[in-house]
Design a protein around this ligand. Sequence first.
Ligand code: GDP
Ligand code: MN
Length: 394
Amino acid sequence: MKIHEYQARELLRAYGAPVPEGITAASPEEVCTAAERYCAGGEKCVIKAQVHAGDRGKSGGVRLVETAEQAEEIARALLGSRLRTHQTGPEGVPVEKLLVTPAVRVRKEYYLSVTADAEAAGLRIVASGDGGTEIEETAREHPERIEQISVSLLTGFQAYQGRQAAQAFGFAPGSPQEKELQGLLRGLVRLYVEKDCTLVEINPLVLTEEGRLVCLDAKINFDDNALFRHPELTMLQDMGQEDPAECAAAAQGMSYVRMDGSVGCLVNGAGLAMATMDILQEFGAAPANFLDVGGSATAERVRAAFELLLGDPRMKAVFVNIFGGIMHCDVIARGITEAARQMELHVPLIVRLEGTNARQGREILAASGLETIPAVDMADGARKAAAAAGGTSV
Ligand code: GDP
Ligand code: MN
């Protein structure tokens, strides 16, 4: 789960991190009032679009203003619009809230994050003196400028790891900046563990002209599988920022991830879903989605899955690939026939049913009068789906 920057700032504050003050506003008038407060005395302030995507600065979503009038004008243009950044699709994400915050005088920008270190079964602190908007480029072209520090979950964060990060930033040993960084890192690691995060990213962390460290931007993601432990976090969820198809699937207990291709996939089990996407690529077709209906889907859930797939205008074929274990193939077949009764099946439907009650499932489909294309196995199904979608069949 993702949250907005203004929400991430609140959490960081609660963990003792240095965060600038700010006011979240949903109307141009509110933005104007907030900016009046921060721009008083000739100071500048920053208007920041609150969206679940980074790279806002380069897309007009982060704006420096000198007066409340400028702030209001920008708010009129941004609020209610959709912001497109490198991290969103071409349709962008809706801007419903703006964060108004006093401008910080920046001397230097740094990159700092805490994430999982899967190999070491621990945490990883990533620190770089090349912070700001070009961190991806640094990672590509100068990986040696990015320091990665492994933190064991058994021993927790240690001061020497803080010194290592400080060194990566060029802070002198024993300097006030090093001390501030130690405190910040300790807080970030504690936040990461206590709130079951998958990412805590400060980009940029800045050194101000006054010599203080400040978290200028904040991105925090949480592990969905641990959300049941954090009702206070679940409340922060903003479904308006997420893909509507992914939300609809989640509401039905399915996991759906949008991809770029044109073959819809309806599969049970995450492993089989991944293998299905791979084998489609193998036959020259690109999957339009990952869709795992789960191990114990009902006919109703299968119908909902079809609604998602057939409602997608990119779809050129649908490949149903089911290995029935706990899941019974006749349930899938009934779901398919019900869905086809309610919606027009306007693309070829390739069906591979194997496992529990596969024979009954095939019989239900055959008796339904539906024009499905049966497949004898996974490769046969993928080949047929690729051919139906206009890919090169090999
Ligand atoms: P992002 O583009 O979505 O990552 O948004 P950020 O909040 O990171 O802002 C993008 C860039 O705008 C930062 O890297 C800074 O260079 C600049 N910026 C944002 N806030 C301030 C500020 O208060 N003062 C100054 N000088 N620059 C800022
Ligand atoms: Mn940023």
